[in-house]
Design a protein around this ligand. Structure first.
Ligand code: ZN
Length: 191
């Protein structure tokens, strides 16, 4: 499988999310390992100097105290603090930038529970991330997957990002259509 990177962009063309190959591969590996059960974890990465691009370097496995079923997932917290401290002290320095979920059915948008979780993250000072990203992976066929990316702005506005570059992606189907509401986002992300 060749999976190098995926780039998503907001409607205004002012903010991008680039998911790197290691993160993509790990998400697909976990989804394929048990296609009948939701899973997920956190996204770790960094922002460009001008804060217009979020680079997702790592998508973690679910912490051990996570709980899940065929259509639900509660991400635990065990070990995350230590992991994030290590990443912060690492070279290059990386940090928490959001969450990722595997949805077992072809439902590539956030559930009510997901929206609640993202709102809680945005408001929790521990995460220091007021505009977290959510990446959702779901199956669209045999060995084919779709990735969607959302950013949660302050004030409860959820924006779906368009897929703008997947030229290097093979055997991992991704589509960029969306029905996101328009947004007047002007602020830089503050994660
Ligand atoms: Zn979810």
């Amino acid at each position: 499988m060749i999976v190098r990177s995926l780039t998503f962009e907001d409607r205004a063309g002012s903010f991008r999310v680039v998911i790197g190959d290691r993160a993509l591969k790990h998400m697909l590996h976990l989804c394929a390992a048990d296609p009948e059960r939701e899973t997920g974890g956190i996204l770790i990465g960094f922002y460009s100097n001008d804060f217009t691009t979020a680079h997702v370097v790592e998508a973690t496995s679910p912490p051990r105290d996570s709980k899940s079923g065929p259509d639900w997932f509660h991400r635990g917290t065990e070990g995350l603090e230590a992991m994030l401290r290590k990443r912060w002290d690492g070279e290059p320095r990386t940090h928490y930038i959001g969450e990722w979920h595997f949805h077992t059915a072809n439902i590539p948008w956030p559930s009510a529970q997901d929206l609640k979780q993202m709102r809680a993250v945005a408001q929790d000072a521990k995460y220091n991330c007021t505009e977290p990203i959510l990446v959702i992976v779901c199956p669209v066929g045999e060995n084919q997957w779709v990735f969607r990316s959302y950013v949660f702005h302050s004030g409860d506005l959820t924006e779906e990002l368009h897929l703008v570059d997947y030229s290097e992606l093979e055997r991992a189907d991704s589509r960029g259509q969306n029905s996101a509401e328009p947004t007047g986002r002007k602020e830089r992300p503050r994660c």
